[in-house]
Design a protein around this ligand. Sequence first.
Ligand code: ZN
Length: 329
Amino acid sequence: MYFICFSNILKIFRIPVLICTVVLCSSWGFFAHRQINNHAVFSLPKGMIRFYKSNIDFVTAHAVDPDKRRYVDTMEAPRHFLDVDRYGINPFDHIPEKWKAAVAKYSENTLKKNGIVPWQIEKSYYALVKAFQARDSLRILRLSADIGHYIADAHVPLHTTENYNGQLTNQVGIHGLWESRLPELFADQYDYIVGKVKYIKDPLREAWKIIRHTFHYKDSVLMIEANLSKQFPADKKCSFSKRKGKLVRNYSRAYCRAYHAALNGMVERQMRASILAVASFWYSAWVDAGQPNLANFSSGVASDQERKHAEKEEQCYKKGRIIGREEEH
Ligand SMILES: [Zn+2]
């Protein structure tokens, strides 16, 4: 991991904002990521729920760590997405599901350029199984928070396309609109009772299943906004709001409401699917580890080294600039 604080190096060139852009630097938005990890806890079965409930603040707060790492770790960015459409027509017929076979076919560089989220989910999963086996509660919680993030990202349609921020179709800003602005405005109306967890036999296959399903929403996400944008009065599309004490131009509430309605429950469906998938992955890792008794596991207490590391990440995140794609993944 490389720590690079850009704050002293870069004075970010600011381009006048002529379009509505949601000023965010996260995937699903920090709000939605926290909601997803938080609600996943309540889908866990007996034997797990007590431990996770007593650490719910941790898994909720750390749901956004992978996005914060994108400010300090050069390796982090590709873990959050997969540009499926870079692999041609019928892309899922071409991309080998297994990492080694995919590397052999496309090279590691190409895969990283196009995003690696399904393989990251697999990697985090087996690390979580090991953490359960080692009865390392802090690691269990960290990895649970991390995998929750990556699984949630895999449910965002704009994380599966090279047109991730509508930049190829004159829809710049749509990424933050879909995954941040809409959940922030409407998530309190969603139903978060998502049902019982299921055991996942093959985590990699399941990750691919999620990606395939997410990708099939991609055209609707873009087309519905494009159509709405044409019909909606141009002077009502944006409004100003305060964010971190600054006035920012953003999509207006009326525009968000119209887009949200036209999506016909898609954001809620994807949030609910994320919650259930996160809980199911946590549960399956615990099962694969032999269902260790979590009753006497302590809450996570960070070592000095880990605390320093986390503080450094936080500082770089606060001052820094994202490494890799700006704000969209
Ligand atoms: Zn992310």
